[in-house]
Design a protein around this ligand. Structure first.
Ligand SMILES: NC(=O)c1ccc[n+]([C@@H]2O[C@H](COP(=O)([O-])OP(=O)(O)OC[C@H]3O[C@@H](n4cnc5c(N)ncnc54)[C@H](O)[C@@H]3O)[C@@H](O)[C@H]2O)c1
Length: 387
């Protein structure tokens, strides 16, 4: 081992620790676990993040997950984990129906909480979570990680400094195809009781958060349309289970101040794997971002010379771009998992600086209010105000 790496390691050892307990250990468990392991290796932070314990329901599976994801311990006893004063942060990486209960328990135990999206099953639940978080004076966050790609953070910066003028229109789509096949198996994501909604809460939640993060616009009124194309799905052993959530959900939006927006979330768009795209048009230009080319930002500006005007593609992995200098030399691109690392890095910095973190539970409430209004609108067949 070189002298330099030895001294880096001993400096890290002297930092105050931030012990994380993570509940849930599948898809998001892997993404979050990776972020906790990587964050101090790439960001100089005032705290050392320690993936301490994974919490699950099955002893064998949670023990295997702890080993694989790099956590020090495994537990099936959430109460005991929350009673441990050495646990500082609780990460809720479970299906939507448990976000409220686990977060509330963690807040009552005075833990900082990072909760997956959508924050809750209902607006009332989300508000209760936000209220308790404020009373406890702890830091909380929602895992809307797409805000933290270099290109989306740059988009927010350019819109805020007026590069595209006044925002008039936002158009967003989040398209996937994994439920196109009617024989694709039933999961919690197809159940209203476990997920709250389908593509809507899963994908539109991200689009709503991205809109707010990039433009600062607040939703005023929405008009929704939803459809479930495949009403039953195989559930193993020759059985079928009912699907009672949307496969696709579209809505129109009016924002405070007069801008308008269109939204489409679907899991049945053949060929579209994870096409998460936001386009924002202003009086002076347009910016467009698409997760499948996540390091690029497309920019059009009327300020460019008329004879060479057109969309420019900006590669956002240069030393001047958000987060980029923490990784590799210019142009050495990053991927999906890095957005989670950025989320943790910013959360730790907020904690250490006693600064607010966004998106917090108030932002989660704002997203939930739009989701719920759009859902009501789709059910009633008319425009609904966002409360
Ligand atoms: N931020 C993102 O980009 C993103 C992407 C995918 C999913 N999500 C969100 O993350 C959450 C989890 O989704 P996922 O894809 O990881 O799901 P998953 O099905 O892959 O994993 C869920 C995990 O939670 C565990 N679990 C289920 N109920 C539990 C309970 N009551 N107590 C403790 N553990 C429980 C399961 O055993 C499993 O380990 C969802 O809310 C989803 O909306 C976010």
């Amino acid at each position: 081992m070189s002298v330099a790496s030895q001294s880096n390691r001993s400096r890290d050892r002297r930092l105050p620790v931030l012990n994380v307990a993570m509940v849930g250990h599948a898809f998001m468990g892997r993404a979050h676990g990776n972020a906790y392991r990587q964050v101090n290796r790439f960001f100089d932070l005032p705290m050392r993040v320690v993936p301490k314990v994974v919490v699950g329901r099955d002893r064998r599976r949670v023990t295997a997950a702890a080993g694989k994801l790099g956590f020090e311990a495994a537990s099936t006893d959430l109460e005991a984990v929350l009673a441990d004063p050495d646990i500082h942060v609780v990460d809720v990486a479970t299906p939507n129906d448990s976000h409220h209960a686990i977060s509330m328990q963690a807040l009552r135990a005075n833990k900082h909480v990072l909760c997956e999206k959508p924050l809750a099953m209902t607006l009332a639940q989300a508000k209760e979570m936000a209220r308790l978080a404020k009373r406890k004076n702890v830091r909380v966050g929602v895992w809307h990680n797409y805000r933290r790609a270099p290109a989306t953070t740059l988009a927010a910066r350019t819109i805020a400094r007026g590069d595209i003028g006044t925002v008039l229109q936002v158009r967003c789509v989040y398209l996937q195809d994994w439920l196109s096949d009617p024989k694709a198996g039933w999961s919690w994501r197809n159940s209203k009781k476990l997920a709250g909604s389908g593509a809507h809460g899963d994908l539109n939640a991200h689009l709503i958060d991205l809109t707010r993060a990039l433009t600062g616009l607040e939703f005023e009124e929405v008009c929704g349309l939803q459809q479930t194309f495949h009403k039953r799905r195989p559930a193993g052993g020759g059985k079928q289970k009912r699907v009672d959530v949307d496969d696709a959900f579209c809505f129109l939006a009016k924002f405070k101040g007069g801008a308008i927006g269109t939204y489409e979330a679907t899991r049945v768009a053949p060929g579209r794997k994870n096409y998460n795209c936001i386009e924002v048009s202003g009086t002076e230009g347009t910016i467009r971002w698409n997760l499948e080319r996540m390091n690029e930002l497309e920019v059009f500006s009327f300020a460019d010379r008329r004879d060479t005007q057109g969309f420019r593609t900006v590669m956002c992995m240069d030393g001047v771009h958000p987060y980029a200098p923490h990784w590799w030399p210019d142009g050495h691109i990053i991927g999906y998992e890095h957005t989670f690392v950025h989320h943790v890095a910013d959360f730790v910095q907020a904690l250490a600086g006693e600064r607010p973190f966004a998106p917090d539970f108030d932002d989660g409430v704002a997203v939930q209010a739009v989701l719920e209004a759009a859902q009501k609108s789709a059910e009633r067949g008319r425009w609904v105000r966002v409360s």
